[in-house]
Design a protein around this ligand. Structure first.
Ligand code: ACM
Ligand code: ZN
Length: 736
């Protein structure tokens, strides 16, 4: 039995629930996103040695796309027959005009394959579903000579629930070259996602060639010293190439031209764009500048018009994204030109200038037949006259705000859709955004979104992949099994497999979502991602049962959600390796921490081990655990303990830090507490306390009034022990 056949058989055994409903001789079907209607019929389709692909002339690029894939992995000759309706694979578009946009039907019988798309995108999605029916090797870039090229017979009728199924890629914080962007587009298309928000501009880099303003890319695209400069940009030809590549795959490339904030890279190139005219340097670390585009100077407004003019020429997308997030208005408040503009236009607050600018641009875009889209701040800064689309990134419920203002919304709440957050926060996981809790695959999949109708305010869902964590390519913490310290691999590791969850959230009605079913299907996609050379994150073993025994020990039953992989484990609390004991059934351990188990796919592909966080539930009244000190961290002379509180400080308000000494003979002396927002001092509490184990806890109370989402916070607390370091303790933080 060959490799592929064996794998299919194993898959059938592993997923009895999926396979048992269909005839014994059929192959498993695990399409993502789940089709709306699917019937698995009897039999299989065997790809012939010579394949005839017949197609409507409107589908020539999609036919070629399929031909290339088949040629690479199957090494079979696929003959294209334009305008014909007879072939092994027939691609057509609907002649009746009755089908819903982007929908398709796919019929696979032993005699052949027929795909009817409502439009080009629909036909392309039919091809994607077909590819997902073949063995994973279908995506291989080289000939897979041992694979049996067969697909189960199905009748599928499928259509997306929502018109916007997006991803955002932040190429400004880290410049991903055009080959990587194409790969990202290709991976999106594999899962029927259709909009890529191209975050081209931010404080740390300008990535789009603008002919009228060459310094934007000569200067604004490069950080660091000349000889070691970091960055890059896309030429206008690169953009045209990427747009064309995306179009074949049904993906619209939506450019994001950020203003009024996040535009330091332009100000570095042309200091006259800002209110102050001060010359800055491009930051080499993550940084959000206070500088805004000066709205009061005609030269700055002309710049905006010129940049948008060239952008519209380059991107055929019906949407132009104008960013608009996170502006702080101090510069406009202090600028005579901006103040004069406010007077002229009767604007009451400096923030109203943003609404004024949005109106100017929305009108200009309307004249060019485009719709403005931007972060949800754009509909919160005064009345916007033209209909715009708001990306709700703060809270899921913010789409309600759009309803009330007559605009549309796309849901991309940071709590579920920001893929720069890790899946878990445990030792060994890559260092990542921390201003919200981690986003597991299941949480991503649980994103609430109402069903869609033509009247819906919410037009879709979008995942966002920010590159703050790899600013100019710096990976803060490496993951051994990614092998290579390349930011591109990390970008994939963060994006996959969560993109698959987002694709299903976007494609399917919420009422049809089924986490257990999805978890089973996604297991079979890891191998597909391998053939696409995609560096995804492998899940950890799943705890199916945890049973306390009479003697106090614990029995763990584990599951491996990756077909073909195994679980390896240790019961002595040590990090497992690819050669640790093989899991074959329930394991007994004296205590939870003794169990360390991981999924091993190959010698270089393995998951993080299971990790049980220390149990602080007895201290719940003091808030969340933020820091622990052990003797090694205690100095004899006054010094600072520094610890992250990002995510635990999550809004303006009053907070209490509680310090609890737990062990040791010596006392510790506590001094001043400082709360920092990145490098800005937010609060300082001067105090002195001498405490030792057994004493009452010490509390520090402080108030924050300049909270900023997405910005790291940390605390410094003076702590030392003049009599020696024999002391331990812990600290908790609570919002009052
Ligand atoms: C954002 O996360 N600043 C849109
Ligand atoms: Zn100004």
């Amino acid at each position: 039995m060959n490799k592929s056949k064996l794998r299919h058989l194993l898959a059938c055994v592993a997923f009895m629930g999926v396979c048992s409903t269909s005839a014994q001789n059929t192959l498993p079907v695990n399409i993502i996103p789940q089709p709306v209607q699917m019937e698995q019929t009897k039999g299989i389709f065997v790809l012939p040695q010579k394949i005839v692909i017949a197609y409507d002339s409107s589908l020539s690029e999609q036919a070629k796309y399929l031909q290339d894939i088949l040629a690479q992995s199957t090494a079979r000759v696929a003959v294209l027959k334009e305008g014909k309706t007879k072939g092994d694979i027939v691609l057509t578009t609907d002649a009746t005009g009755q089908m819903k946009a982007e929908s398709y039907t796919l019929s696979v019988t032993p005699k052949g394959v027929k795909i009817v798309g409502a439009d080009i995108s629909g036909a392309f999605y039919g091809i994607q579903s077909l590819l997902q029916l073949f063995p994973a090797e279908i995506y291989s870039k080289s000939w897979e000579r041992d694979t049996q090229w067969q697909a189960p017979c199905v009748e599928i009728s499928d259509a997306p629930e929502r018109p916007w199924r997006g991803m955002m890629l932040d190429v400004a914080r880290y410049f991903y070259d055009k080959e990587f962007v194409k790969k990202y587009i290709d991976m999106m298309a594999m899962y029927k996602m259709n909009k890529l928000q191209f975050h081209l501009i931010d404080d740390s880099g300008w990535r789009l060639e603008i002919k009228k303003y060459p310094r934007l890319t000569e200067v604004g695209a490069w950080a660091g010293p000349e000889e070691k400069r970091l960055g890059g940009y896309y030429t206008q030809d690169d953009i045209r190439e990427m747009v064309a590549y995306a179009k074949v795959r049904g993906v619209e490339l939506v450019p994001e031209i950020e203003f009024p904030a996040h535009i330091l890279s332009a100000v570095v190139a042309y200091p006259w764009l800002s209110c102050t005219g001060v010359q800055h340097e491009l930051p080499t670390q993550h940084f959000i500048s206070r500088d805004l585009l000066c709205a009061g100077k005609e030269t700055s407004l002309q710049f905006l018009r010129d940049v948008l003019e060239e952008t519209v020429e380059l991107f055929p997308s019906s949407y132009i994204n104008i960013g608009g997030d996170e502006a702080v208005y101090v510069r406009w408040e202090q600028c005579p030109d901006c103040q004069a503009l406010m007077k002229r236009e009767g604007l009451k607050k400096a923030s109203d200038i943003q609404g004024y600018l949005t109106n100017v641009v929305a009108k200009m875009m309307k004249e060019k037949g485009r719709t403005v889209i931007g972060w949800d701040e754009i509909i919160q800064r005064g009345k916007i006259d033209e209909p715009v689309v708001a990306l709700s990134w703060h809270h899921v419920t913010d789409s309600l705000r759009a309803t009330k203002t007559g605009h549309k919304a796309i849901l991309t709440p940071a709590s579920h859709m920001y893929l720069d957050f890790p899946e878990v926060k445990i030792p060994g996981e890559v260092q990542a955004a921390g201003w919200y809790p981690p986003i597991t695959l299941e949480k991503c999949y649980s994103m609430p979104v109402n069903d869609y109708s033509e009247q819906s305010t919410v037009i879709g869902v979008q995942g966002c992949f920010w590159s703050d964590q790899f600013i100019h390519g710096t990976v803060l913490q490496e993951i051994a099994c990614l092998n290579e310290n390349r930011s591109e691999n990390y970008a994939e590791y963060f994006t996959f497999p969560r993109l698959l969850a987002i694709s299903e959230v976007a494609w399917q009605k919420q009422s049809r979502r089924n986490w257990e079913d999805f978890r089973t299907r996604i297991g079979t996609h890891y191998e597909r991602l391998d053939y696409k050379v995609c560096h995804y994150r492998l899940p950890q073993p799943r705890i199916v049962k945890e049973e306390k025994q009479a003697d106090g020990s614990i029995n763990f039953t584990l599951a491996c959600d990756v077909p073909g992989a195994v679980i390896r484990y240790n019961t002595d609390g040590k990090y497992p390796t690819v050669r640790s004991a093989l899991y074959t059934g329930p394991i007994n351990v004296a205590k939870r921490d003794d169990l360390r188990a991981m999924i091993v796919k190959t010698n270089t592909q393995y998951s993080l081990p299971l990790y049980f966080a220390p149990d602080y539930s007895a201290y719940k009244a003091y808030g969340e655990h933020v820091f622990a000190w052990e003797p090694l961290r205690v100095q004899p002379k006054p010094s600072n303990w520094r610890f992250e509180v990002t995510g635990k400080v999550n809004d303006n308000g009053t907070y209490e830090l509680t310090v609890i000494p737990t062990r040791g003979d010596n006392s510790v002396q506590l001094g001043t507490l400082k709360l920092w927002k990145r490098n800005e001092l937010m609060a300082e509490i001067k105090a002195t306390h001498t405490v030792k184990a057994g004493d009452s806890p010490v509390t520090y109370r402080f108030t924050l009034d300049q909270f900023e989402a997405g910005t790291p916070f940390h605390i410094e607390l003076q702590g030392h022990a003049p009599q020696g370091n024999n002391t331990s303790g812990m600290m908790f933080l609570k919002k009052l």
